[in-house]
Design a protein around this ligand. Structure first.
Ligand code: C2E
Ligand code: MG
Ligand code: MG
Length: 563
């Protein structure tokens, strides 16, 4: 009979790993000597199913003391699993044992088998769960997780560069769904997946990411053949019991994998990007990923993995670009523009803002910029500079946060500076839903006495409705408005009217991107006097901006000479 210590050693070993039958053997070894066990085997038998038509049998020797076990087992115990499989454990007595098993020994063996069964059952369930998690429920093909797992296997075996990766999407499958109904649409997808699976060889992978999105890994020598299939394949669908042909066409992003690939995940990223470009921009049936796309993806990966640390490490630095009143040539404001000091380089916002906007992390950055700006203003006040109002950019993404206005006010007030020193810049929104949120945000800002500006006015999305519907203090006319080589009379009329209308509505106008004297003269002629542009100053670090703050005046003569 086993003592408590022996049982707990057995359990300890059994629980030390959840995923191998070997562990059962090692655990049995702990108690085999005491109980006189020579061998234990497990026989697993699953009844035939649609996926395993011949049933499934598995014989495993869990423990064996070499050379001493022969003949029939001395003890057997069987279990029926939840899936209906029969598991039979057989136990042989050690031939060299000096005595026969007692009642109590048999009870112990019984308990040991129960525990081994539970352990192995758990292992089988985990395996099954992993399989389910990695499989698309509709087609039974590996899903994106399954695809990456298999890619990784090729990557680790060092042969991924023998293949090309594919991401593809079915053209107009929404129409097919509408024509055949959702259920038959699913059947068509299943038939299509089965057809493609027939082409795919053992070492290749076909994956169904969900919906009408698929991926594949195909030998390089078979890429063209696969593209031909993707360009159009006829599957059948049924309507009212009639079989009708359906032509399924796909758009694909393809990547010829190279040895230099750093991680298997890049295959999917590159193929997705190429697919997106093929679909949205070029309207092509397929596009091969280029080095440029690869570089972009690598860059984006670096940004997203480093962004949070960068915020913590204060790698984001605020530059200030002056706004000048050109009636008096006086500094009257500034815009806070963020720069990323990364690895000895300065990264400009155009290179990372769009990505952090997409990833939804931009709010953290914008609030950080606001906080730093408030700290700088506070410091200027302390040191006796008379600060100007500084505008801080907030991304369109930020506006969806209903608490944004409160967060902004909290930061300003906590810094102890007057709210008049901060202005919030936002761009026009594109959808009705966003517009409603923007209106609400602008009203809240107005009620809290914080100035707002509509950025990039006239750059595409903004409209004259902006002036009517939004409670804003300033519109910033986009540089594209005045950056044409020659500003036509029509441009001039439009600009003139915008400025006049804004004035009547008591909205201030700033024009940004002013680089040349002739642009300035035109703007002055039509009554737009507040200018932000390289003509006066580029965005500059804080210490340089402090010189402007101190002086406040711009030398008109120097400006004329410089141009
Ligand atoms: P923006 O808010 O419209 O800022 C004006 C951009 O025009 C700045 O580019 C500025 O350097 C540039 N600019 C100003 N004057 C001239 C000129 O005379 N000629 C030319 N060619 N360009 C001029 P920057 O600093 O590269 O910023 C680009 C954009 O990145 C900004 O456009 C803004 O949308 C975004 N951004 C910058 N900082 C932040 C930030 O803290 N948060 C968010 N959400 N976006 C920011
Ligand atoms: Mg701006
Ligand atoms: Mg702008």
């Amino acid at each position: 009979m086993l003592c408590c210590d022996e049982f707990s050693r057995f359990l300890q070993v059994l629980e030390s790993s959840e995923n191998t039958f070997e562990i059962s053997g090692l655990a049995i070894e702990q108690i085999a000597g005491k109980l006189g066990i020579g061998k234990v085997s497990s026989n697993f038998c699953l009844a035939p199913t649609s996926t395993t038509p011949h049933g499934q049998r598995e014989d495993i020797v869990l423990f064996s003391k070499v050379g001493v076990v022969t003949g029939e087992p001395c003890y057997e115990k069987s279990y029926r699993t939840a899936e209906g499989a029969l598991v039979v454990y057989s136990v042989w007595q050690d031939g060299s044992a000096s005595r026969l098993w007692t009642e109590e020994d048999l009870k112990d063996i019984d308990t040991v088998l129960d525990l081994v069964y539970l352990h192995n059952g758990r292992f089988r369930l985990i395996g099954k769960m992993k399989e389910i998690v990695m499989t698309n429920y509709l087609t039974g093909l590996p899903n994106s997780g399954g695809f990456i797992t298999r890619l990784r296997k090729h990557f680790e075996e060092g042969n991924l560069a023998d293949y090309a990766g594919f991401c593809f999407n079915l053209k107009g499958f929404g129409l097919t769904n509408r024509r055949f109904g959702k259920r038959e649409g699913d059947n068509i997808l299943k038939r299509y997946a089965k057809f493609l699976d027939g082409f795919v060889e053992e070492d290749e992978i076909l994956s169904h990411f969900g919906g009408d999105n698929f991926a594949a890994l195909i030998q390089k020598g078979r890429v063209q053949e696969f593209l031909n299939i993707l360009s159009g394949t006829v599957i059948y669908g049924t309507i009212e019991g009639r079989r009708v042909p359906v032509r399924v066409e796909a758009v694909a992003g393809v990547m010829m994998i190279e040895d230099s690939l750093q991680s298997p995940g890049q295959v999917v990223d590159c193929c997705q990007l190429a697919l997106q470009l093929a679909k949205n921009h070029m309207n092509k049936p397929y596009l091969f990923a280029t080095d440029e796309m690869r570089a972009k993806i690598l860059w984006e990966k670096q940004i997203s993995s480093h962004f949070r640390d960068a915020l913590q490490n204060n790698e984001f630095v605020i530059y200030y670009q002056p706004k000048v009143d050109t009636k008096t040539y006086t500094l009257i404001g500034a815009e806070a523009l963020v720069r990323w000091y990364w690895d000895g380089k300065i990264v400009s916002p155009a290179d990372f803002i769009p990505l952090v906007e997409r990833e939804g992390t931009v709010t953290e950055l914008d609030l950080y910029v606001l906080e730093q700006t408030c700290t700088d203003i506070k410091d200027w006040l302390r040191r006796g500079f008379e600060p100007v109002t500084v505008s801080v950019n907030f991304s369109r993404r930020d506006i969806s946060d209903p608490l944004l206005a409160q967060k902004i006010v909290n930061i300003i007030d906590r810094s102890g500076i007057d709210r008049k020193y901060i202005q919030i810049e936002v761009t026009e929104t594109t959808s009705e839903e966003e517009t409603a949120k923007l209106i609400q945000f602008l009203n809240l800002m107005h009620n809290m006495n914080i100035e707002t500006a509509i950025d990039d006015f006239g750059s595409g999305y903004s409209s004259l409705n902006t002036l009517r519907n939004f409670m804003v203090n300033v519109i910033k006319i986009d540089r594209s408005f005045i950056s044409n080589d020659c500003i036509t009379q029509k441009d001039e009329i439009v600009l003139h009217n915008i400025v006049d209308m804004a004035k009547e509505l008591d909205i201030k106008v700033v024009t940004e991107g002013v680089e040349h004297l002739n642009q300035l003269q035109l703007l002055q002629k039509i009554g737009c006097y507040t200018i932000q542009g390289f003509l006066f100053d580029r965005p500059m670090p804080r210490f340089e901006f402090e010189e402007r703050l101190e002086k406040k005046k711009y030398d008109r003569k120097l400006l004329n000479e410089a141009n």
